[in-house]
Design a protein around this ligand. Structure first.
Ligand code: HXC
Length: 259
């Protein structure tokens, strides 16, 4: 598939794919076409058995500075309703494989929300996160008011959403929004290292484990535990479970096939 606003590398490392947002002059502002391409690329990579983990990144200056303000500025409420952009975001959320965001520079508005659609976040020291929509007369619309408090707690989420001010990578780490901070020149190496540490595991276990953790945000504890249990039992139907446990007993590395 060919894309205009993203670059896709199917094997940046063994079993690891990379999607790079690529509108550098606009600080990777997320226009509708770019988001559609991200959705299509994730769908294709999700269906590709050679891929186990997906990285989404931007460039050194910006992961993404938000939805494209120029594309939205003239729109009315009914235009926005008809464009129905959040169906695209809902599809992104359905990606089964783990996604890691590698963030340098600005991750703002929809950019910060895209980060929060990812499962883990590696950031460079220059990363800045924010929900500045309030400064342009609106508010977050792609999950920021829901996922940010889940990630960082109410106080900081309110501060970010109501002031529109950015937070540093350091504060984001402290608050639990991101997993680690690395020097900017090591961002991809360190993200790939994390991705490989995931991709060595059974792809079916990765998928069901991700699904189970995400379920915890949407259910009661008892329903979540029941869901977890079923996924746990299901993995005993896989060859990878036999391979993983036999490899442990035989003191060798497992060779997971995704079956
Ligand atoms: C469209 C954008 C943009 C955006 C930057 N640009 N952000 N274009 N939409 N979100 C463009 C600028 O217009 C400019 O183009 C070029 O990128 C470089 O940006 P500058 O502003 O000149 O850079 P700088 O002075 O370094 O400031 C960087 C910045 C600032 C602090 C990130 O650009 C900024 O505040 N951007 C907007 C951030 C924002 O409000 N995001 C939320 C959007 S709403 P030209 O052609 O002028 O040189 C949103 C809603 C999501 O995300 C809900 C649904 C998805």
């Amino acid at each position: 598939m060919s894309y205009e606003h993203i670059l896709v590398t199917e094997q940046i490392a063994e079993h690891v794919a990379l999607i790079q947002l690529n509108r550098p002059k606009e600080l990777n502002a997320l226009n509708l076409q770019l988001m559609g391409e991200v959705r299509d690329a994730l769908k294709a990579l999700d269906a590709n058995d050679a891929v186990r983990v997906i990285i989404i990144t931007g460039n050194e200056r910006a992961f993404a500075a938000g939805a494209d303000i120029k594309q939205m500025s003239g729109k009315g409420a009914i235009d926005m309703l008809k464009i129905d952009q959040f169906t695209t975001w809902d599809q992104i959320k359905k990606t089964k494989k783990p996604i890691i965001a590698a963030v340098s520079g600005f991750a703002l508005g929809g950019g910060c929300e895209l980060v929060m659609h990812c499962d883990c976040v590696v950031a460079s020291e220059t990363a800045q996160f924010g929900q500045p929509e309030i400064k342009i007369g609106v508010m977050p619309g792609a999950g920021g008011t829901q996922r940010l408090p889940q990630a960082v707690g109410k106080a900081l989420a309110m501060e970010m959403v109501l002031t529109g001010e950015f937070i540093s990578a350091e504060r984001a780490l402290q608050a639990g929004l991101i997993n680690k901070i690395v020097p900017v020149e090591l961002l991809m190496d360190e993200t790939i290292k994390m991705a490989k540490s995931m991709s060595r595991n059974s792809p079916l276990a990765l998928q069901l484990a991700k699904e189970s953790v995400l379920k915890s945000y949407e259910t009661s504890l008892s329903e979540g535990l029941s869901f977890e249990r079923k996924n746990f039992y299901m993995l005993f139907a896989t060859e990878d479970q036999k391979e993983g446990m036999n490899a442990f007993i035989e003191k060798r590395h497992p060779d997971f096939k995704g079956s």
